[in-house]
Ligand binder design. Structure first.
Ligand code: F0G
Length: 464
């Protein structure tokens, strides 16, 4: 390497890991012929692959992170009492400290919190509006008989065009819908922070505040889906000059202050492997949920979790606010983004919080949405290098009649798990695919289970 090449490579690296590695998990390699067979056995759906057959698992950042020594130490203090465990009170104190809402209800993961909340908030026929619902959130609104409507901002439609807050809700459309709605027609507004389906893009503080104002005027509850709120807050400090002096902890509080209720999957910014919660302002709503949750989740002080899980989350929620950690985390996503951009691979710009999103529709222009370019690329990347990723497009959400919604491939990055060298391997595999991209076959959906179909659908490759 020349000196300039070395300096260029060093600049691309981003911030170093703010931790040392104390325990390692071996990765089993595989060859192309094996992967070819395994793909057929999995019906070309990577959710059907045993993890043993995956070299680098970028399927999701959910529950796949590495816990810190403080979290592992906290596990040993777990109090497994059925009711009123010490672990619960430590958990409650941490959630109150970070978010500031008084009522705290643990759940086994984020979707359970969504189920419990929307069952109370939504009546059949009512509408729930959002910047963009994630799949489980949408499913839980629909399960309660509601109609889930996405109102992403205009910038979100153009994957390759950078804008600082592509996660925003379209305030003009929100205001117009609210103005035209009959009283009681809109049950709630949900802001997903960050906006996962739109590329892990942040929502601006101003956007959240304006949304709260519109909701207040009509007495409609604003729900924040806070799965990745720390990443969202960090990105605000980076992208909104008026917030550059704020701490992440304060910004998280400012965002949470706007919400009537918060649903959380602790598997993301709780830095835990399982768990979630509801944080609510209304004691009356909290009591109703506590009474009903016993049937499915368990008693209200453990919500389907072991005491030790509650302790791990209590520590994780405070740890995730560490700005050195967040700088490294977001820096790692940018590192992969720099490599792919440099190769000329179309990505969602700018890179977001929890993963890199490839514009599969633009990368494989020979495949129309009905041949699922995101799924085709996920399959090709697995075959090429044993990397597991996730389609976010017409498989996950169904075909878009307007044809405007992007077909994306998400390379989700687990927290504190993979090195930049491992991510560079993904970029190398993408570069090889780029050279033979016309050979990537479209996918035919041969089994469609309906609800949340991406988890269990079956595919066949089409002839090229
Ligand atoms: N909300 C958002 C924005 C999510 O991304 C997820 C999960 C949930 C809610 C549900 O939380 O898994 O704890 O029940 N997203 C994962 C993903 C599965 O891969 O993005 P959960």
């Amino acid at each position: 390497m020349t000196r300039d090449e070395v300096l260029g490579a060093l600049r691309a690296l981003g911030p170093a890991e703010p931790y040392r590695v104390k325990m390692v998990e071996p990765i089993r390699g595989s060859c192309r012929a094996e992967r070819q067979q395994w793909l057929a056995e999995a019906d070309y759906n990577l959710f059907r692959l045993p993890a043993e057959r995956v070299c680098l698992d970028l399927l999701t950042d959910s529950g796949t992170g590495a816990m810190s020594q403080h979290q592992w130490a906290a596990l040993l203090e777990g109090d497994e009492s059925y009711a009123g465990a010490r672990s619960y009170y430590r958990f409650e104190a941490s959630v109150r400290e970070v978010f500031g809402l008084p009522e705290v209800i643990p759940t086994h993961q984020g979707r359970a919190a969504e189920f419990l909340l929307f069952r109370e908030l939504v009546r059949p026929g009512q509408v729930v509006l959002s910047n963009t619902f994630f799949d489980t959130t949408r499913a839980n609104v629909e399960e309660a008989g509601g109609r889930a409507v996405d109102l992403p901002c205009a910038e979100a439609q153009f994957p390759g065009r950078p804008a600082p807050f592509k996660g925003n809700i379209d305030l003009a459309r929100l205001a117009a819908i609210l103005a035209e709605s009959r009283p009681g027609e809109v049950a709630a507004v949900v802001l997903t922070l960050t906006n996962n389906a739109a590329g892990g893009q942040p929502v601006a503080l101003d956007n959240v505040r304006a949304c709260r104002q519109l909701c207040r005027e009509r007495n409609i509850p604003l729900v924040i889906d806070a799965c990745r709120i720390a990443e969202n807050a960090f990105l605000i400090t980076q992208r909104d000059p008026s917030c550059s002096g704020e701490t992440v902890a304060r910004l998280v509080r400012m965002l949470a202050d706007c919400a009537e209720s918060i649903t959380m999957s602790a598997k993301k910014d709780g830095l835990a492997n399982i768990g979630g919660f509801l944080a609510l302002r209304s004691t009356e709503l909290a009591e109703r949920i506590r009474q009903r949750m016993v049937v499915t989740e368990g008693f209200a002080t453990y919500g389907g979790l072991a005491g030790r899980d509650l302790d791990a989350i209590a520590v994780g929620l405070r740890e995730v606010l560490d700005e050195a950690y967040l700088a490294y985390r977001i820096g790692q996503v940018c590192f992969l983004g720099d490599l792919l951009r440099g190769l000329g691979i179309p990505i969602v710009e700018p890179p977001g919080g929890h993963g890199l999103f490839v514009d599969a529709g633009a990368f494989l222009p020979h495949l129309p949405p009905a041949q699922f370019p995101g799924q085709a690329l996920a399959v090709a990347l697995y075959l090429e290098a044993g990397v597991r990723s996730c389609e976010i497009g017409s498989v996950m959400f169904g075909l878009d009649p307007t044809g405007r919604r992007p077909e994306l491939l998400r390379l989700a990055i687990p927290r504190r798990v993979y090195s930049n060298t491992q991510l560079a391997m993904v970029a190398a595999a993408m570069a090889r695919l780029q050279e033979q991209r016309e050979a990537v076959a479209g996918m035919r959906l041969v089994y469609d289970p309906g609800v949340l179909r991406h988890f269990t659908a079956r595919f066949e490759p089409m002839r090229v």
